[in-house]
Design a protein around this ligand. Structure first.
Ligand code: UAG
Ligand code: ATP
Length: 521
């Protein structure tokens, strides 16, 4: 039976009373009720929950209070405007009124679920790129003694054997506290959370006690939301504060990491993979000929720590180094860390090779690079993987930072020989406009547009054309969607998987070979 996010809640939760919650947030409430869960989404309410009605960018959550009550919500927490609507539509329901409901979400959820993050090791990671990969590595490490752990990140909420697909990188605070309560009930080893800048700005991580948090890098993204790099930086830096975390690890390879190391409000250790002044230096990084992954030494505290990780490329040296040090800062045994990193699993949709047994097929890789810097790095790694041409199939997301698009085009034109320009998640934007913004950057690097094909029909067609056209010694890298299970067009989520389409296309090549062989007989 498939599990949904709403199913992932503790079975037994004594919860707390409405009056206790009102006290906690400095409000009063005349009516009585016992609350056993919390949600900000009417679609996610279970009987006994408190519904927190938040004034959002699109709508006020209070518009959904009646639906929430029909699903079993026993009380509502909202602001004054929301309360007027709730009292009109649900006159019998206890209502707690505060100035800023989003601000108290975390604190209330922590109280209702019995402060689960205090009861287990909790590790977090932030940065523009590398969060998901580093979170998977930390998850492997924290599970190193054989006990499963909670992993929450882009595309996944994994609680032991249960796992559900999610769209957001970091869920709302009530979901995070609830998942940790479930993890505690199931006796899991701890939790690893991926933390987006939005999660800090929108207070999704409030009242979570992180034992250690890591920072990978800050690169061009999300400027639609933050306006400039300074505000984006400050959002990320907000995680390195005593109300969130005990200690931190900061990679100082870029200027933002170096600044964070000086400005963090918690004790941090620094690491560099690029020879910057740091507490820990990555030395002797090289390809592990046994696995195709990487080996390196972390040099610090007067000793050398030999590590390896099956994931290829320089970016994964950065991710592995941050993961190893976050775990070490949290008190995990260095030998356990080294063992777990060496056996870390493939991260879905991140430099994931799509297997083919035939020497006549190109190497096909699915990756999630969707920023200029990530594309630069990933194409450089892919370049070394085969002797032929490097093809890249890529697009850019709609309704997200448009300023990065020409740079994405430039990075693709710089790093690859053959470019197949297509769509990612157009959302509500016209796809042809986004393709022309990519082309603007491509033209800067390659005015002749040699080797550039714009595929207007569909992403599936672009992947098929690239894989069918590639020679056996070529590499085809499909970037931008990674392990996403859908393509979002005009508010509709169409099932779509780059990995599945790539497999189908490799089968298509096998059929073509079989047919040609038969015709040649
Ligand atoms: C800017 C932002 O993050 N907005 C998020 C925020 O929206 P909002 O507060 O404006 O909410 P709204 O849509 O106006 O709705 C108001 C309230 O009504 C509730 N509601 C709404 C509909 C309904 O049927 N029932 C219901 O109860 C909503 O849960 C919400 O509490 O709260 C919503 C509910 O949780 C989120 O879906 C929404 O994410 C939007 C869709 C989004 O695109 N977020 C992106 C930018 C984001 O968060 N990205 C980061 C970074 C990703 C990365 O690193 O690449 C992430 O962590 O995913
Ligand atoms: N440390 C890194 N530095 C730069 N690029 C990276 C790094 N790690 C991974 N990448 C590239 O970025 C892509 C996304 O990686 P990952 O999913 O780990 O990052 P993320 O921070 O979770 O991204 P998002 O916030 O968009 O979910 C990868 O597919 C790879 O191409």
């Amino acid at each position: 039976m498939s599990v949904t996010l709403s199913d992932l809640r503790p079975r037994e939760n004594a919860g707390t009373s409405v009056s206790e919650i009102a006290d906690l947030v400095g409000a009063t409430c005349e009516r009585a009720a016992q609350v056993s869960g919390v949600s900000v989404d009417s679609n996610d309410i279970a009987p006994g929950d408190l519904f927190i009605a938040v004034p959002g960018a699109a709508t006020h959550g209070a518009s959904f209070a009646r639906l929430a009550v029909e699903r079993g919500a026993v009380a509502v927490l909202t602001d004054a405007a929301g309360a007027r609507q709730v009292c009109r539509e649900c006159p019998d329901v206890p209502v707690i009124v505060v100035d800023d409901p989003r601000h108290v979400e975390g604190e209330v959820a922590a109280r209702v679920y019995g402060d689960p993050s205090a009861a287990m090791p909790v590790l977090g990671v932030t940065g523009t790129n590398g969060k998901t990969t580093t979170a998977y590595l930390l998850h492997a490490i924290i599970q190193g003694q054989g006990v499963p752990a909670l992993l929450q990140g882009t595309g996944v909420q994994k609680v032991g054997d249960d796992s559900v697909y999610t769209v957001r990188t970091t869920a709302e605070a009530p979901v995070l506290h609830r998942l940790m309560a479930l993890a505690r009930e199931r006796g899991l080893a701890g939790a690893v959370l991926e933390i987006s800048a939005h999660a800090v700005s929108l207070e999704r991580i409030n009242a979570i006690h992180f034992d250690a948090v890591g920072f990978t890098n800050l690169q061009h993204d999300h400027l639609d939301y933050y306006g400039d790099m300074e505000h984006y930086y400050r959002a990320k830096a907000g995680l390195f504060a005593p109300e969130h975390a005990r200690v931190g690890v900061v990679c100082v390879d870029d200027e933002w990491g170096r600044r964070l190391a000086g400005e963090a409000e918690i004790p941090v250790v620094t690491v560099s993979t690029a020879g910057e002044d740091a507490d820990w230096q990555v030395a002797d990084a090289r390809v592990d000929s046994r696995t195709g992954g990487t080996c390196f030494t972390l040099r610090g505290e007067g000793s050398d720590w030999g590590l390896s990780c099956p994931l290829p490329g320089d970016v994964n040296v950065q991710n592995s180094a941050v993961a190893a040090l976050v775990a070490r800062q949290a008190g995990i045994d260095p030998d356990q860390i080294a063992r777990a990193l060496a056996g870390a699993p493939q991260v879905p949709g991140r430099m994931e090779a799509i297997g083919s047994d035939s020497p006549d097929d190109p190497l096909v890789i699915v990756d999630y690079a969707h920023t200029p810097e990530a594309l630069d790095a990933v194409l450089e790694t892919a370049r070394g993987l085969s002797s032929g041409k490097l093809h890249v199939v890529f697009g850019t997301d709609g309704d997200r930072d448009a300023t990065k698009r020409p740079d994405v085009g430039r990075a693709a034109a710089r790093g690859a020989d053959v470019l197949w320009v297509t769509d990612e998640n157009p959302r509500t934007e016209p796809a042809h406009v986004m393709r022309s913004q990519l082309l603007e950057g491509i033209c800067d690097e390659r005015p002749s547009l040699e080797g550039v094909t714009v595929v207007e029909t569909s992403r599936r067609d672009a992947i098929r054309e690239a894989i069918m056209a590639a020679a056996a010694d070529d590499t085809v890298i499909i970037t931008g969607k990674g392990a996403e299970a859908y393509q979002e067009i005009n508010y509709c989520f169409h099932p779509f998987s780059d990995q599945a389409v790539a497999r189908e296309c490799l089968e298509g090549r096998a059929h073509r070979r079989a047919l040609t062989a038969r015709l040649d007989q």
